[in-house]
Design a protein around this ligand. Structure first.
Ligand code: B12
Length: 244
């Protein structure tokens, strides 16, 4: 939980990312943990296969399975809030403005809420050394920061933020996030793995997480979107024995 004012102060009150709410407005950040995929999403894939008749039919009809699954799950929550006549706005990690700018910066939210420590490259530079080295990222890609969670390391994702414009929590004090890595070299290594080798999920293990993604989940998120459905086929074809 955090106040919009705390987020706006971090991104810069006059920045394009500042959100237009009273500074004491309550916001709730939703993260997904390893079980989101390995338990809940798996059940959803099985039920969709039964509904559509075959795995191939589901794969053909649903192009963004994780997004679709999360929308189904959040719909239940939103209906409940609407029943209670609560006014709220929901922003997702993938919510973009018409100019294709993220509507909300999830890593900043995570840090401000005290949920996950956000390691930003600019804080780990050294005088006289050019780090990160120029020219290693693909076209139009920036060397970006990484958030690490005290329990999950990098085995989690930010999903959504619920904003309640009528709920003002003036006296609330956000939690301070726990630093996960102490040595600057470890931070640089984690950031390099996240930016140069994210497909192998190695960055997720920094901070010694006690809960981790399954191999299926790591493979799924390491693949291009068009190849992801295929990773899930064993869930249906092989039954329970193919679940790790
Ligand atoms: C754009 C984006 C991409 C793009 C571009 C990535 C790139 N390398 O250029 C694409 C689509 C390619 C991409 C790919 C991936 N992404 Co991505 N991506 C994003 C997205 C939507 C926005 C990031 C962004 O543009 N930020 C804008 C810049 C300006 O923000 P910033 O640098 O933090 O600057 C702000 C802060 O510095 C703040 N600030 C200033 N001072 C201070 C002080 C403090 C204390 C604080 C807290 C803040 C603060 O103010 C600045 C703004 O004014 C976020 C989701 C989201 N909505 O946030 C996910 C996100 C960063 N991606 C994520 C991931 C996991 C990935 C992938 C690994 C996907 C995958 N398959 O699993 C890959 C590869 C990552 C990589 N290293 O490139 C995760 C990272 C999770 C984590 N643990 O940190 C995020 C958060 C999504 C999520 N659902 O969790 N991604």
């Amino acid at each position: 939980m955090f106040r919009i004012g705390a987020y706006n102060r971090a991104v810069g009150e006059n920045s394009v990312f500042a959100l237009p709410y009273h500074e004491s407005t309550m916001a709730l950040l939703i993260l997904s943990t390893p079980d989101m995929f390995d338990v809940a999403f798996r059940k959803w894939v099985v039920s969709k296969t039964m509904e559509f008749g075959s795995f191939d039919d589901v794969a053909e009809s649903i192009s963004s399975p994780i997004q679709n699954f999360l929308e189904d799950r959040l719909e239940v929550l939103c209906e409940k809030l609407q029943e209670d006549e609560e006014i709220f706005e929901i922003l997702h990690d993938y919510s973009m403005t018409p100019q294709r700018r993220p509507k909300i910066l999830m890593q900043t939210c995570g840090h401000v809420a005290g949920a996950a420590f956000y390691y930003q490259p600019r804080n780990f530079q050294e005088d006289g050394i050019q780090w990160p080295a120029a020219g290693r990222m693909g076209p139009n890609l920036k060397f970006i920061g990484l958030s690490l969670h005290p329990v999950y390391g990098g085995h989690f994702a930010f999903r959504s933020v619920l904003i309640f414009p009528n709920v003002l929590i003036q006296d609330f004090c956000e939690k301070v996030p726990r630093p996960i890595l102490t040595a600057v070299e470890d931070v640089r290594e984690a950031l390099e793995k996240f930016n140069y080798n994210w497909k192998d999920s190695g960055f997720r293990d920094f901070g010694n997480p006690s809960r981790r993604y399954s191999t299926t989940q790591m493979e799924f998120f390491g693949r291009p979107v068009s190849e992801r459905w295929e990773v899930l086929r064993p869930w249906i074809d092989g039954g329970a024995k193919n679940i790790d």
